[in-house]
Design a protein around this ligand. Structure first.
Ligand code: NDP
Length: 237
């Protein structure tokens, strides 16, 4: 596979889980991939050695650091914003600082990264943000802050698609349901309650999401923009 030969790809949050599968996919298809991480240095360096990608530390909670990282990455053909965190629980009990940090990572960083990338992105460029089916559906309590952040990405993608469409740049959101990662392990405490509302009663794999991202980044998707792409085993059906 060499579908992304000669393409420059930046993945924000690529060291583990869904982000790591996206890094592997683009690297396997010949792209020059840079990915960021926040704290998993050893894991990130192992992934870089395995794939030939470049690992760089950049905290997505730090707006200026995110903007600088995108700027330093030069003209990008593809920006994928995957870094995201959860802050789950009773909103009456939640630490407001944790909620604000979640908003910085899950909302502010994708917006500023997308805008900065678009400054130098060539015609045909792709901006892909990892949202969540919780942007559409919240079947349990305790998800408000997280769901709010993922819904915000929908408005962002619709708006930026209008702003950058005339330059041939597409902006899309991929919305996974339960995917087996450190954030949501397939054998974790939430598995039964999640599987109960799904049509396909199991977690998906990070590679499933990477496949959708690769399609959106490829030539077949040049007419797809401002749209949400749900991959959730029917969680939101
Ligand atoms: P993981 O927690 O397994 O991995 C998160 C990745 O993002 C890691 O590479 C992590 O880096 C990076 N990251 C987290 N915070 C920051 C930060 N402040 N700055 C830079 N990088 C950061 O998560 P998943 O792979 O499960 O999730 C990836 C995305 O998919 C998220 O946006 C999540 O909301 C979304 N999603 C996940 C679902 C699931 O069921 N797993 C379902 C729906 C959406 P480091 O290793 O350094 O911590």
């Amino acid at each position: 596979m060499a579908g992304f030969q000669g393409k420059s790809v930046l993945v924000l949050g690529g060291s583990r889980g869904i982000g790591a599968a996206i890094v592997r996919r683009f690297a396997a298809e010949g792209a020059a991939v840079t990915f960021t991480y926040a704290s998993s240095r050893e894991v990130a360096e192992r992934l870089a050695a395995e794939t030939g990608a470049t690992a760089v530390v950049t905290d997505s909670a730090d707006r200026d650091a995110v903007i600088a990282r995108v700027r330093e990455s030069g003209p990008l053909d593809v920006l994928v914003v995957n870094a995201g965190v959860g802050a789950f629980g009773d909103p009456l009990e939640q630490d407001p600082d944790a909620v604000d940090r979640l908003i910085r990572i899950n909302v502010n960083a994708p917006y500023h990264a997308a805008v900065e990338a678009a400054r130098r992105m060539p015609e045909g460029g792709r901006i892909i943000v990892i949202g969540s089916v919780n942007g559409d559906r919240i079947p349990f309590p305790g998800l408000s802050a997280y769901a709010m952040s993922k819904s915000a990405l929908q408005g962002m993608a619709r708006g930026l698609a209008r702003d950058f469409g005339p330059r041939g740049i597409t902006v899309n959101v991929v919305q996974p349901g339960p995917i087996d990662t450190d954030l949501n392990p397939a054998d974790g405490p939430m598995k039964d309650i999640q599987h109960a509302v799904m049509a396909i009663k199991r977690h998906g794999r990070p590679e499933d999401v990477a496949g959708m991202v690769a399609w959106l980044a490829g030539p077949e998707a040049s007419f797809v923009t401002g749209a949400m792409h749900t991959i959730d085993g029917g969680f939101g059906a």
